[in-house]
Design a protein. Structure first.
Length: 150
C-alpha cells in the first residue's frame, strides 16, 4: 500500500510541475477579441476570461465570454502520453486537442492546418491567437489580447 501511495504522490508532482508552466495564464482578464480575414480585422469585440487552477493545480480551467464566443476549457497534462490536452466545451459540443509547452508558449494543435497559441506579453498581459496554414505559411485568423482586471 505504501508503494501505491508513494507512486501517486510522485505522479501528482509531475503533473503539477508541468501545469506550473502555464501559471502566466491565470487571473481575471479583460481584453479585445479580433477576427482577421486575409490579414485585415473584420470583427472586434470585448472579451472576458477567468483562468484558474483546480484539483491541486493538476488542471487549468478557462472560462471565456465574448459577444461571439463562450467557452469552458479544461487543460491538463497526461503523463502516459507525455502531452498536454486542451478540452474546450461550447454550446456546440466538446473536443480533446493535443498541446505542448514550447518556447514559453502553450500551443494547441487543433489540426494539421490550425493551431492556437497562448503567450505572455512583456507588459504582464497575455494573448491567445489562432493561425491557419495557408500555402505553407501560418496566417493569423483571430487574436485575443488581455490585461489583468486588477
Amino acid at each position: 500500500m505504501l508503494v501505491v501511495l508513494s507512486n501517486f504522490a510522485f505522479s501528482q508532482s509531475i503533473k503539477q510541475e508541468k501545469m506550473q508552466q502555464l501559471s502566466y495564464m491565470t487571473g481575471d482578464w479583460i481584453g479585445t477579441s479580433k477576427v482577421y480575414e486575409s490579414g485585415v480585422v473584420t470583427k472586434e469585440v470585448a472579451a472576458f476570461e477567468k483562468i484558474s487552477y483546480d484539483l491541486d493545480k493538476t488542471i487549468l480551467v478557462i472560462q471565456l465570454k465574448s459577444e461571439s464566443l463562450q467557452l469552458h476549457t479544461i487543460i491538463y497534462y497526461d503523463e502516459k502520453d507525455q502531452t498536454f490536452y486542451y478540452n474546450p466545451f461550447s454550446k456546440n459540443g466538446a473536443r480533446k486537442l493535443p498541446a505542448e509547452f514550447k518556447d514559453r508558449q502553450f500551443i494547441v494543435h487543433a489540426s494539421d492546418k490550425k493551431r492556437f497559441i497562448f503567450a505572455s506579453m512583456q507588459d504582464g498581459g497575455f494573448k491567445e491567437y489562432g493561425e491557419k496554414l495557408v500555402d505553407g505559411k501560418w496566417m493569423i485568423y483571430f487574436e485575443d489580447v488581455f490585461r489583468n482586471v486588477e
